[in-house]
Ligand binder design. Structure first.
Ligand code: FHN
Length: 457
């Protein structure tokens, strides 16, 4: 009887191990197949830099920085009259604007791209538009194209160029929308006027595309009209005809390449092939002197790691003052993030999304060849951590950014069962990172996971 039981267990072990390996192959290949099915190679290829980039810096800079009020929304929501809002243009000096310093700070964060508001919903362009509409070159004391030197400074540091462009233009006489409770006209009632606006905004996109060749377009405001009314397909083609390698965010209604959750942190892993969480450092996109609700560096790093572990990027926003200086609180956050990235960047940049939920009580990422697991210890913890369902043998465990190697202990592995034991690792308090400690597990081969419910097999 014993022999039969042993044989049964052995056979079950072989079968469950095969199921386990097949399951893993399916898990990873399913993801790849899904991308190939929905994203032709050309898009997957050009999105690769974005997938590897993990961190971008968002910049909301415009005439709203003069009074430190809500960008465009302050007049749209009638907190201030449109006339008084537009008077801010006379106070936009860029007098201490130093794009080289901006680019140095962005580089220091570890960010691989930067996205600047070329034009917000208020219609004021940061470049010398030829479309006879508001711009800081002709209408403000700044009297200069502030985009060109910034993008050139990014180029010098190998940082990709991002252009935020608002499809909405509440200032333009041919645009239907204006204030929250009043609009100029309905498209259906005056298609010629809408066609004039289509020509206007598409001409501005053309100007920015030809003059600055952004690597990434960050459209905004598509919610006010349909993809057809925006001629979204035509806009996508117009951009890619000039710059085929450009990528476009998902706010060009159905013609974008990646999704852009905003301020709200995904709990379950988003289903999109690529996505980016955009987030403010306090509660406002633009400069708001009265908003001291800054996230701490620990909170920003925790949110950043969480997004990356779930396969996304973080686009972290700053709001410079009208003179071009960046609020000290925002500089501090960016510098602390940069210090952490300098030490732990191998666990972030160029990695793959981490383990499915259930294996580790914290974020994780994988090396590109999946032979390394990075464990991020949440909440500034140290001491004993536990990893579940790892079939692999751990060849080495190291505190990232240090020469400290740790001794994993496998607990509860039953000789006759294929179910792996639990891995416990003790992380000494002295080796804890001030913000988030990362443990690097070098595996014997690409990661294999047990996803079962325990039991005899
Ligand atoms: O209305 C804008 C808002 O002012 C800001 O620019 C954000 C940044 O993602 N986008 C829109 C709101 O979703």
């Amino acid at each position: 009887m014993n022999f039969i039981f042993e044989l049964f267990i052995t056979l079950k072990k072989q079968v469950s191990l095969c199921i386990l390996i097949v399951a893993n192959l399916f898990f990873y290949s399913a993801t790849v197949c899904a991308q190939q099915k929905t994203n032709p190679d050309s898009i997957r290829e050009k999105m690769q830099w974005f997938a590897d980039a993990k961190l971008g810096i968002f910049i909301h800079w415009g005439i709203y920085s003069v009074n430190g009020i809500d960008e465009s929304w302050s007049f749209h929501n009638k907190k201030i009259s449109y006339e008084n809002y537009m008077k801010q243009i006379k106070g936009f000096t860029a007098s201490r604007y130093n794009p080289e310093e901006w680019a140095d700070l962005i580089k220091e964060t570890g960010a691989r791209y930067a996205v600047i508001t070329t034009k917000h919903h208020d219609g004021v362009a940061l470049w010398p538009t030829k479309q006879h509409h508001f711009n800081v070159v002709e209408n403000s004391p700044a009297k200069r194209d502030v985009l060109k030197p910034f993008y050139e400074a990014l180029d010098k540091r190998g940082i990709k160029r991002g252009a935020y462009f608002s499809l909405i233009d509440w200032s333009h006489p041919d645009y239907p929308g204006f204030l929250k409770d009043s609009s100029r006209y309905k498209v259906a009632d005056n298609p010629q006027k809408w066609q004039r606006f289509q020509h206007f905004f598409q001409s501005q996109i053309d100007e920015v595309n030809k003059a600055y060749k952004p690597d990434l377009w960050w459209f905004d405001g598509d919610w006010e009209h349909s993809a057809d009314e925006w001629q979204a397909e035509k806009v996508r083609k117009q951009i890619l005809n000039i710059h085929p390698g450009a990528i476009i965010n998902g706010r060009l209604q159905g013609y974008g390449d990646y999704d852009t959750p905003e301020q709200n942190f995904p709990v379950s892993r988003p289903k999109f092939n690529w996505w980016e969480l955009c987030m403010t450092t306090n509660n406002n996109w633009g400069f708001h002197p009265d908003d001291n609700n800054y996230k701490t560096p620990f909170e920003v790093i925790s949110i950043f790691v969480d997004a990356v572990s779930n396969g996304g990027n973080l686009l972290l926003d700053i709001g410079p003052k009208e003179d071009g200086t960046i609020p000290a609180e925002q500089v501090h956050i960016l510098k602390e993030l940069g210090k952490w990235n300098k030490k732990n960047g191998e666990a972030i940049f160029g990695t793959l999304p981490g383990l499915p939920q259930g294996h580790f009580y914290g974020p994780t990422t994988l090396s590109k060849d999946s032979t390394v697991i990075y464990l991020f210890l949440p909440g500034q913890t140290a001491g004993n951590i536990m990893l579940k369902g790892l079939v692999n043998t751990i060849k080495d465990a190291q505190v990232v950014g240090t020469d400290v190697h740790l001794k994993p202990k496998v607990v509860g592995k039953i000789s006759w069962s294929s179910v792996p034991g639990l891995v416990f690792i003790n992380v000494p308090e002295k080796d804890k990172d001030p913000y988030m400690t990362v443990i690097k597990l070098q595996l014997d081969k690409p990661v294999q996971l047990y996803r079962g419910q325990g039991g005899l097999n």
